[in-house]
Design a protein around this ligand. Structure first.
Ligand SMILES: Nc1ncnc2c1ncn2[C@@H]1O[C@H](COP(=O)(O)OP(=O)(O)OP(=O)(O)O)[C@@H](O)[C@H]1O
Length: 588
């Protein structure tokens, strides 16, 4: 702890230290985001090396995080670029420079003329078929498994080289997939100018490594680069940020090792712990301004073994922590939780958190099914992608994220570089980018009106009214008139599609996965634990474990400001005693 400086989230760092690299370590509710925003203002006011052409880059983990920082920056936004690492690298490295990368035969790696943004990796039937032809892999017959496998490919950094690998290696039927065949899958997309989110880091790494002069240009443009939630950095990102630090940018990273929860996606908590740049200062904030003191005590128990012990500083009513045994299923636990909130006069925001999407669906009482997969199997004209994008936009409006919804709709109206509309639109129709934007705005209004009262209409009906909407605008989409897609679209409701559509980020929904509550806070929280082994983790936690289970629960527990409840299966007496010894009371 000797070289760590303790600060509070109100404290500005002295001007003499503004141009030093730093790392801030702080627990939940410490005010990391608050501190970072104030620090940015401090740099804007006082840094001498910030010129009219340079900017501060503030990199957040999610788009919701970026929106939050932007709104807190208020008037100071112009000189600050707030974005996720993927958006930052796409705009500053991939888009302008990916044309520099060639394959072994000197052919451009990406069709740059068609390049427009980065997308989720979706292995469509068409792509799977093309890949099988290229690799002569027709013996792989289980397409469903293959799709799952290809969609979770990721880039791994090994000794300075990047390799495409599956997150979990498994067999498709009797066979393992040859690793050397995997890049051919990506190449199919790149040839069409489509790159995936994970490819942004791959291309950026290669471009900056092979053309290091670009690093100097970037450092001149961004003399200050700050990164929030850096405990979930991944090795490729860490390397790029270090290069930028060594080429002249001042790098500041902020995070909490105990809240690293994306290791399953390749994040490396150790990278944050070890992150060092020359002359770097390390700050630590010990306060917790969010949670009541009983919650902070419980959080400190979960976190024991870590270098940080939090001090509660919030003046609030200090409610007990409760566990609720689910003897009559999850709905009874939710009802108990709601009764408790109301009896304590806690009627503001709340959230029910659980580990995985299937449990979220169970708690939301959603009919769980593979509707989207069936949709893509029944369709051959990209309607699945189109409708998914449209319904995603609809869900975003429910989350009051209108600007992001319009962007999503603009992406749904796909065009080539000449502005010619692609599937499922009819051929030979051209629209300009301005028309696309205004079409997206009108489409959003149409969705709000059409879906508000009629989520129970069939996909077939919805698609037809969508077609009418476009015809009014002078644009034709391919009709659904026969075959598998007609049968499918008549048998499925929009509600079923919407309920089974999982957004990567959520802001206002009351039942969520823990991962989607990262950075958020609520007056009351119910943590839903389906198994006794999860309760065991609370009683005997290991915050530094290789497995991230304890940390995931820690993130959930630390979202609560006033009331924290844990729902679990019926427990034996020994376990109840252990919980009570930790001041977690039984709620009947
Ligand atoms: N200096 C401050 N003055 C007033 N309020 C503060 C201050 N610092 C933090 N807060 C408040 O404390 C709460 C927690 O802050 P914030 O969300 O920034 O924490 P965090 O460290 O980013 O937490 P987490 O790691 O859990 O995401 C927020 O409600 C924030 O507005």
């Amino acid at each position: 702890m000797d070289n760590i400086r303790l600060i509070s989230s109100d404290q500005r760092i002295p001007l003499s230290d503004l141009s030093r690299h730093f790392k801030v370590i702080a627990g939940p509710g410490a005010g990391k985001t608050h501190w970072l925003v104030e620090h940015i203002k401090n740099v804007l006011q006082n840094a001498e090396n910030l010129t009219y052409t340079s900017k501060i880059a503030c990199i957040t983990y999610t788009t919701v995080g970026a929106e939050e920082v932007q709104s807190r920056l208020g008037m100071n936004q112009e000189r600050v670029e707030v974005s996720t690492i993927h958006s930052f690298l796409y705009a500053n490295v991939v888009k302008p420079y990916v044309y520099l990368l060639n394959d072994n035969h000197g052919k451009r790696l990406v069709n740059v003329e068609e390049l427009d943004g980065h997308y989720e990796n979706i292995a469509t039937n068409g792509k799977i078929y093309q890949w099988k032809v290229k690799t002569r892999a027709h013996y792989l017959q289980d397409n469903k498994k293959l799709k799952e496998y290809l969609e979770q490919l990721d880039w791994k950094l090994v000794d300075g080289q990047l390799y495409l690998k599956p997150r979990k290696n498994y067999r498709i039927g009797k066979y393992y997939i040859r690793i050397e065949d995997l890049p051919l899958y990506k190449q199919l997309f790149w040839d069409e100018g489509v790159i995936h989110h994970e490819d942004v880091l791959y291309f950026s790494y290669r471009i900056l490594k092979e053309f290091s002069i670009i690093l100097e240009h970037l450092s001149a443009k961004y003399p200050y680069i700050f990164l929030d939630e850096f405990q979930d950095t991944n090795p490729i990102q860490t390397e790029i940020i270090k290069w930028l630090g060594n080429s002249g940018s001042v790098i500041g990273v902020v995070g909490d090792p105990a809240q690293s929860i994306y290791e399953f996606q390749g994040a490396s908590r150790q990278d944050f712990i070890d992150f060092t740049l020359p002359n770097q200062i390390i700050y630590m904030i010990e306060n917790n301004r969010r949670c009541g003191s009983k919650i902070v005590d419980f959080l400190n128990h979960i976190r024991k073994g870590d270098q940080l012990t939090q001090k509660p500083t919030r003046e609030n009513r200090n409610h007990d922590i409760y566990f609720i045994e689910c003897t009559d299923g999850p709905y009874q636990a939710i009802a108990n939780f709601n009764n408790l909130r109301i009896s304590l006069g806690l009627e503001k925001d709340y959230c029910i958190l659980t580990r995985n999407n299937d449990t979220v669906k169970l708690l939301r009482n959603t009919e769980n099914s593979e509707v989207w997969t069936s949709f893509s199997e029944a369709d051959s004209s990209n309607r699945e992608r189109f409708i998914k994008s449209i319904l995603t936009a609809y869900k975003l409006t429910l989350d009051t994220r209108y600007e992001v919804a319009i962007k999503e709709l603009e992406r749904s109206i796909k065009t080539d570089r000449h502005g010619e509309l692609k599937d499922p639109f009819q051929e030979n129709q051209i629209i300009s980018p301005i028309m696309k934007r205004s079409l997206a705005v009108d489409l959003l209004e149409f969705l709000a009106n059409d879906l508000k009262t009629s989520l129970d209409q069939s996909l077939f009906e919805f698609y037809n009214s969508l077609s009418d909407f476009f015809i009014e605008k002078g644009i034709a989409i391919k009709k659904i008139s026969r075959g598998k897609i007609k049968q499918f679209s008549e048998s499925i409701t929009i509600r079923n599609l919407v309920d089974n559509l999982i957004l990567s980020e959520e802001k206002t929904t009351e039942i969520r996965t823990i991962h989607k509550a990262k950075g958020a806070e609520f007056e009351s929280v119910l943590l839903y634990l389906p198994e006794v082994k999860d309760v065991n983790l609370l009683v005997s936690p290991d915050i530094n474990s290789e497995q991230e289970d304890t940390r995931i629960l820690y993130v959930a527990l630390s979202r609560a400001k006033d009331l924290l409840c844990i729902s679990c299966p019926p427990l034996n007496d020994a376990m109840i005693k252990k919980l009570e010894a930790l001041n977690v009371k039984r709620n009947h």
